[in-house]
Write a protein that binds this ligand. Structure first.
Ligand code: C2E
Ligand code: MG
Ligand code: MG
Length: 641
């Protein structure tokens, strides 16, 4: 607070004290003036009576004006506008000075009409008034001093020049008293000012403390509601704000967007967490800018963002969602050439889908997840069938965890044959699951095992079973191999190779008996990392096969870079050989020789397909034409024949 403001606030406080004391002062003044006029009226004279009446009217009028002034001041300070302190001080002082002058005039003018007793009483009254004013007027030093001075000095001086010794003594006493009163008024005014100052200081300290406490509270609440990385509201803030927003708009419908970044994990893994953080910050900024009118938004966690907004219709929602995806997918300077950041959005609508906020978020999440599996970078709306999908996923994932112990899992084996001789060269181990007697398709349960983190244990179980069947089928003696499917997630496990090696040691088998089939989707993720893992597996004498080639992200140049041992051409090409399929198979075969990998065509169902593929130069064939996946006993009889 500046010096000037401090001073004026002190002056205002002093003025308030002055006006607060006014009513007492006025009551005493009225009382005394009436007493003095009517009580001391010894000498009855018409002109004097008239004079006294005029004086009484004048002083009562003055006191009434001062009373009005006090009321006016009270109404003024109640208003928010600043008070003109000098102006009010001036009005107040004028009132006091006029009153004091009227007292002094009374004493001097009616001196002749009063006897010694009256003169003494008047002197005493003036002294008493001066004495009283010391405290009552202590809010303004000048007024307090001048009031006492006017009351006592003129009249006491006047008495000094009278002829009566007694009155002269009275004059001397009056004068002396006036000096004492002036000194007291001065001291009392100082004291009052000092008290006001102390009180102000205390108030300032208190205000300052309150301000700091408020600031701190605000800061704490801001921090607890803000995501530290992106400065967006966090999960907690979003939930409470959305809850309130829904309560405040009971008749409205709302759309919840669940935004999840695509490929963010890969950015983190390949370019490091610092780059990942910068990308998240930038993405949050883009989302904020693209959703300025959206009332509730947050970073939900990791690479997930939520928006809650009034729902108009599906077209409007889809438009907004697509705009958001387009903004998020714009090149990020932090990513250099890696322009693969995009987002997938799931939408759920309140109250159509649910009237519970946490369910709404879950439904939008399900829709997003569903869309992600179908096609990244798109928008999906929740519907009841998705809920059924989720329920089934949950059931399957729970039951899959215990399927091994319940003896509900088994392997079947599909032969892979040499295209020239049609002799079996390998068996592909394929997992089967019977849930309460019902077969579940591997395409369905393998995906669930991957999503719910069961695949590592499941894959290891398959590999151990495969080891046992290598021995059971005497594949090493027969110079045959066992192909085992390996999920991308297994390759991400740092201890994967160690785990395989310890099983091989347990069953005393060589890694070269195994062909590890990995799907080419691995190339969609971090190519360098997987190339490394594959290389390590090859160095450990495992044979690496790329499964379902042509359906995913890999290209022949990937094969060149990584140097795989076998390429399994996906059955979709075999079954479409009359169209584009043939040219793809031709291309693979042509390059196979120079890159030194073997080719397998999957899904061969007819003799015609088998013949064409053999003519083109595919070295191995697999499909129903040769054999469907076989049960263990069937493999035994097949091998025996
Ligand atoms: P995949 O590795 O490409 O296996 C070949 C799939 O093609 C098998 O389906 C097989 O039954 C089917 N198939 C073979 N010949 C023909 C044919 O002539 N015509 C047609 N239409 N289909 C044929 P399945 O057994 O349903 O397996 C599906 C996928 O599940 C497998 O594709 C593989 O990716 C995955 N899978 C199966 N077992 C395992 C496993 O133990 N681990 C992992 N990670 N994945 C597995
Ligand atoms: Mg396979
Ligand atoms: Mg395949």
């Amino acid at each position: 607070m500046s010096l000037a403001t401090t001073k004026s606030s002190e002056q205002l406080e002093a003025l308030k004290i002055l006006y607060a004391n006014t009513s007492h002062g006025l009551v005493i003044s009225i009382f005394v003036s009436i007493i003095i006029v009517f009580g001391l009226n010894f000498k009855v004279d018409q002109s004097i009576t008239l004079g006294k009446s005029v004086w009484l009217c004048t002083i009562l009028f003055t006191l009434w004006l001062r009373y009005l002034d006090a009321l006016y001041f009270k109404t003024k300070i109640r208003k928010p506008e600043p008070v003109n302190i000098k102006y009010h001080q001036c009005r107040f002082s004028s009132g006091c000075i006029i009153t004091a002058c009227l007292w002094a005039i009374f004493a001097i003018v009616f001196y002749d009409a009063s006897n010694i007793l009256e003169t003494t009483v008047i002197t005493i009254i003036l002294s008493a008034l001066a004495g009283g004013s010391v405290n009552v007027l202590s809010g303004h030093r000048f007024t307090a001093i001048i009031y006492s001075a006017i009351l006592l000095i003129p009249y006491s001086t006047f008495l000094l020049f009278t002829e009566l010794y007694y009155l002269q003594v009275l004059g001397v006493l009056g004068l002396s008293f006036s000096f004492v009163m002036i000194a007291s008024a001065n001291k009392s005014a100082r004291f009052t000012l000092h008290s006001i100052r102390l009180q102000n200081q205390n108030e300032h300290l208190l205000q300052e403390m309150e301000r700091k406490v408020e600031q701190r509270t605000e800061q704490i609440s801001r921090l607890s509601n803000t995501d530290p990385l992106t400065s967006m509201p966090n999960r907690k803030a979003f939930l409470s704000k959305s809850q309130q927003y829904i309560i405040d708009n009971p008749t409205k419908s709302f759309a919840l967007f669940f935004i999840d970044l695509d490929m963010f994990k890969q950015i983190n893994d390949t370019l490091g967490h610092q780059v990942g953080d910068r990308v998240l910050k930038e993405t949050a900024k883009r989302i904020e800018n693209a959703s300025l009118s959206v009332p509730c938004k947050c970073r939900w966690g990791g690479d997930e963002f939520l928006l809650l907004m009034p729902y108009q219709n599906q077209e409007h929602c889809s438009l907004l969602a697509r705009q958001l995806i387009a903004t998020i997918s714009k090149p990020h300077p932090q990513l250099g050439d890696h322009d693969w950041l995009s987002a997938t959005i799931g939408v759920a609508v309140y109250p159509q889908h649910t009237n519970d906020l946490s369910n709404l978020i879950q439904f939008a999440d399900i829709a997003m997840y569903h869309q992600k599996r179908k096609e990244k970078g798109g928008v999906a709306y929740f519907d009841d069938s998705l809920q059924h999908t989720l329920d089934r996923e949950l059931l399957l994932s729970t039951r899959l965890k215990t399927a091994g112990d319940e003896n509900a899992l088994r392997l079947v084996f599909q032969p892979i044959v040499n295209s020239q001789t049609h002799h079996i060269s390998s068996f592909e181990a394929l997992l089967r699951w019977q849930l309460d007697g019902q077969p579940i398709s591997p395409d369905e349960f393998i995906a669930i095992a991957e999503q719910y983190g069961i695949i590592n244990d499941l894959g290891l179980w398959v590999f151990e079973q495969a080891c046992q069947y290598v021995i059971d089928f005497k594949l090493v003696e027969r110079k045959l191999t066992m192909s085992v499917n390996v999920s991308v997630m297994q390759l991400q496990d740092k201890r994967f190779i160690t785990k395989l090696r310890s099983l091989l040691t347990k069953y005393q088998l060589s890694p070269s008996v195994f062909h590890l089939e990995v799907t080419e989707s691995i190339f969609a993720a971090d190519k360098a990392h997987f190339a490394n893992t594959i290389k390590t597996l090859q160095e450990n004498n495992f044979v690496i096969s790329i499964d379902d080639f042509g359906t995913g992200y890999s290209s022949l140049s990937n094969m060149l870079d990584i140097g795989v041992d076998i390429v399994k051409i996906d059955k979709s090409f075999v079954q479409n050989m009359d169209k584009r399929g043939l040219s793809v198979i031709n291309a693979v075969v042509n390059i196979a020789e120079s890159l030194k990998f073997t080719t397998v065509a999957e899904g061969v169902e007819t003799q015609e397909q088998a013949n064409t593929l053999t003519e083109i130069g595919v070295t191995h064939l697999q499909g129903y034409y040769f054999a469907k996946p076989l049960e263990v006993e069937e493999v035994h009889s097949k091998l025996a024949s």
